[in-house]
Design a protein around this ligand. Structure first.
Ligand code: KIV
Length: 260
């Protein structure tokens, strides 16, 4: 699936349903059960590799998992590949070389973390045919600075986040993940921008939602407060995924208990 097909869904006011995905079997199952976007997230450092953070994930590993997901999806879902820590922050040229590897592996878009500091790289990638998804709010690759704490709670930080979002859009980013921020801030960003916002712990007003697959499957030992175990009450994985898809498309997830 390519970007124009996805954007047509947003124009019809359909919520975009996103799940992280790390292998071919799940890619096939998720694509068959209505998930629009498979995010090959560097969260695989935690969910697959067992690290405490995403920082140890390498570009080679992201390429390997992106190839597996692309084979499984067989063109039936849009694929976003995460640029891992250390593979893009140095320069736009470094970001281009890493992003090109992910596109060659089967990603349709790359995601990178950060606001104003990433604007030059976003512009550089977009001008060279690489669709970019930004990521603001809680940035797991900056855990050593911020910890895993929700962001943009004070009004000055919220204002900075909104400015970052506008900067990323102006630089050509075509999607924006908002992680762990107050619902009112995510709502304001979503109203300000023309590009779709994808929330995770960011309330119900974004244009789409993303969950970490392992959280949805109830496999996470200490899931974040905003996550939901969709295996509860489901008779198999496909049924749980369909439940998630229906809840997001129907506007029931995330509810107030999954927002702040
Ligand atoms: O790596 C990941 O899974 C992510 C999501 C938390 C958005 O970036």
């Amino acid at each position: 699936m390519f970007l124009p097909q996805l954007m047509a869904r947003v124009e019809k006011d359909e919520k975009l349903v996103v799940l992280t995905c790390y292998d071919a079997s799940f890619a096939r199952l998720l694509a068959d059960n209505g998930v629009d976007i498979l995010l090959v997230g560097d969260s695989l450092g935690m969910t697959v590799q067992g690290h405490d953070t995403t920082l140890a994930v390498t570009l080679e590993q992201m390429v390997y998992h992106t190839e597996a997901v692309a084979r499984g999806a067989g063109g039936r879902a849009f694929i976003i590949g995460d640029l891992p820590f250390g593979a893009y922050q140095q320069s736009p040229q470094q970001a281009f070389a890493a992003a090109a590897r992910l596109l060659a592996a089967g990603a349709n878009m790359v995601k990178l973390e950060g606001g104003a500091v990433m604007v030059e790289s976003v512009r550089f990638l977009v001008a060279r045919g690489i669709p970019v998804c930004g990521h603001l709010g809680l940035l797991p690759q900056s855990v050593n600075t911020t910890g895993y704490r929700s962001q943009a709670r004070e009004s000055s930080a919220a204002t900075r986040l909104i400015e970052d979002a506008e900067d990323l859009e102006n630089a050509g980013a075509q999607m924006l993940v908002l992680e762990s921020i107050p619902a009112v801030v995510a709502e304001e960003v979503t109203q300000h921008l023309a590009i779709p916002t994808i929330g995770i712990g960011a309330g119900p007003h974004c244009n789409g939602q993303v969950l970490v697959l392992n959280d949805l499957l109830g496999l996470t030992e200490k899931p974040p407060r905003f996550a939901k175990d969709f295996m509860e009450g489901s008779w198999n994985i496909a049924n749980a995924v369909r439940g998630y898809v229906a809840s997001v498309k129907g506007g029931e997830f995330p509810g107030p208990e999954h927002s702040f």
